[in-house]
Design a binder for this molecule. Structure first.
Ligand code: BJW
Length: 250
């Protein structure tokens, strides 16, 4: 990445009114939450996250799957938003008074954007803090952490599972509608800290590009989106986002 790329991105940002941000696990990496596809460590080193995040894995071994999600739930609860999350919350406060908006379409289940102060966050893959009964679908918040045993039982008689979206499951229709509206109205699109592999979210940048909306990628590593992005800022989002805001709104 060159200084010119940062300056060009800052120019786009200072002229934008309606910004869409698609975020992924990389934005929370500097909050010490492991990304989804980074190798798992410790007790979980021999498990493949892509195999655990499925309804089939839960049906076959609900104890292991809920233990993994409970472990991650506690990590998320301990974590704090980092300067990347905070910069996006600040961007909202800079654009809102001018009838602008920042919509964060997050694939993350950790709640850190909201805890940083962002108010317009769409959770496309659900939340790890909410669990629901497999029998009634009723949702539960503020559950004890850790659970006393695995798999946790629901007061409604079923098992509790995390209210996240697993492979092969539909994304929440209301979240998809909100994403669709934001993608139709935005004039600048960011893809931040996501490997851009998982659909339908991986297709959102293409929807923006088809409207001739500039697409800016911020990521530590190249992704399948990189060749199609207008600007790529390579590095940690917790450093690049504050630098970008500073350059756009000195
Ligand atoms: C940094 C950094 C730093 C690190 N700074 N950067 C079309 C084509 C092909 C397949 C499909 C398709 N449509 C649907 C599918 C199937 C499937 C899919 O996409 N499969 C792919 C693997 C190909 N999609 C689905 O099943 C979705 N459902 C659906 O489409 O329903 C309709 C349907 C069903 C069935 C058939 C057809 C249609 C549901 C997807 C649900 C994904 N769920 C998960 C788990 C959530 C709960 C949990 O967290 O456990 O969501 S999987 C996992 O991937 C998680 C993430 O949100 C998601 C994306 O991962 P993310 O965030 O990008 O993380 P990483 O780890 O991959 O990347 C981190 C990035 O950060 C890296 O690039 C690093 O370089 C970078 N980074 N540190 C900046 N400091």
């Amino acid at each position: 990445m060159s200084d010119t790329d940062l300056r060009r991105a800052a120019q786009f940002l200072s002229n934008a009114r309606h910004v869409v941000v698609v975020s992924g696990a990389g934005i929370s990496a500097e909050s010490k939450i492991p990304t989804f596809r980074d190798a798992m460590t410790g007790l979980w080193a021999s498990f493949d996250p892509q195999k655990l995040a499925t309804p089939e894995a839960f049906d076959a071994d609900p104890s292991t799957v809920t233990r993994w999600y409970d472990f991650r739930r506690m990590k998320c609860a301990e974590a704090l938003p980092n300067p990347g999350h905070t910069a996006l919350a600040r961007l909202e406060t800079l654009l809102n008074p001018h009838n602008g908006s920042v919509t964060i379409l997050t694939q993350n289940v950790d709640g850190l954007h909201q805890r940083a102060g962002s108010r317009n966050v769409v959770e496309l893959h659900g939340s790890i803090m909410t669990w629901r009964c497999t029998r009634t679908g009723r949702e539960f918040h503020d559950l004890p952490a850790p659970f006393p045993d695995y798999p946790p039982k629901s007061p409604d008689g079923g098992l509790l599972r995390p209210a996240v979206v697993w492979f092969g499951e539909m994304l929440p229709p209301a979240a998809l509608d909100a994403a669709d509206k934001a993608l139709r109205e935005c004039d600048l699109f960011f893809s931040i800290g996501t490997s851009a592999l998982v659909h339908p979210v991986a297709g959102f940048a293409g929807i923006a590009s088809a409207r001739n909306i500039p697409v800016i990628e911020i990521n530590r590593d190249p992704t399948p989106l990189t060749p199609r992005a207008d600007i790529c800022l390579r590095g940690p989002s917790g450093e690049l986002l504050p630098a970008l805001l500073h350059a756009a709104f000195p």
